[in-house]
Design a protein around this ligand. Structure first.
Ligand code: ITT
Ligand code: NA
Length: 200
């Protein structure tokens, strides 16, 4: 069976291929980039879970195939959870990772190390063409650096230092990040659901 990864974010697609391949699913994984004619759905939800379901349903409906989607972001304690669902467009332009990261660092410039707690959050949704849906979530807690370090990963990885680590997510190997990440946790939790609904 084909399973559509309902995302056009290259960083996510790379991670999802690795996470789902490690789970040993007997499925053909296809990124949403294989369906350029299908327009992006508007992310009108107010939670990660709502947005992940919107994206999964849109692709499942348009392709007639099962789809999984990710909605994720960085939630900063001292900003009451912002940027949150607005993480991809925090500085104004959707997907401008560098501008988003730099704006956030500027906003936190006066915040000391004791108050720089944050977490990555990910909602992983599965939708079937018949409307069946499931959604699960995962988190990666940590603290925010004052300057970016490391070149792996994407988005806010260079400034998030996971709890218990002395390096940022961008200094972890892809396998190390997937083992502890919000996305790794969420999609590993979704795997038994995918098995139950698709690979039975
Ligand atoms: P799709 O909607 O096509 O999946 P997107 O990039 O628009 O792609 P989101 O709306 O879920 O996805 O935004 C996620 C943003 O949150 C992303 O742009 C990053 O800035 C940030 N983010 C999410 N997961 C991250 C991770 O593992 N490491 C670093 N930043 C992450
Ligand atoms: Na989003």
């Amino acid at each position: 069976t084909r399973l559509i990864l309902a995302t056009r974010n290259a960083g996510k697609i790379t991670e999802l291929h690795a996470i789902l391949a490690d789970a040993g699913l007997d499925l053909e994984l296809v990124g949403a980039d294989a369906y350029p004619e299908i327009p992006d759905v508007k992310e009108t939800g107010v939670t990660f879970a709502e947005n992940a379901l919107l994206k999964a349903h849109a692709l499942a409906r348009a392709t007639g195939l099962p789809a999984v989607a990710d909605d994720s972001g960085l939630c900063v304690d001292v900003l009451n959870g912002a940027p949150g669902i607005f993480s991809a467009r925090w500085a104004g332009t959707h997907g401008d990772d560098k501008a988003n990261l730099n704006l956030l660092l500027a906003q936190l410039a006066d915040i000391d190390d004791a108050h720089r707690g944050a977490h990555f959050a990910c909602a992983a949704a599965l939708a079937l063409p018949d409307g069946t849906e499931r959604v699960v979530e995962g988190r990666l807690p940590g603290t925010l650096r004052h300057a970016p370090t490391g070149t792996n990963g994407f988005g806010y990885d260079p400034i998030l230092q996971p709890e218990g680590y002395e390096v940022t997510c961008a200094e972890l190997t892809p396998a190390q990040k997937n083992a502890i990440s919000h996305r790794g946790k969420a999609f590993r939790a979704l795997v038994p659901v995918v098995r139950e609904l698709l690979a039975r």
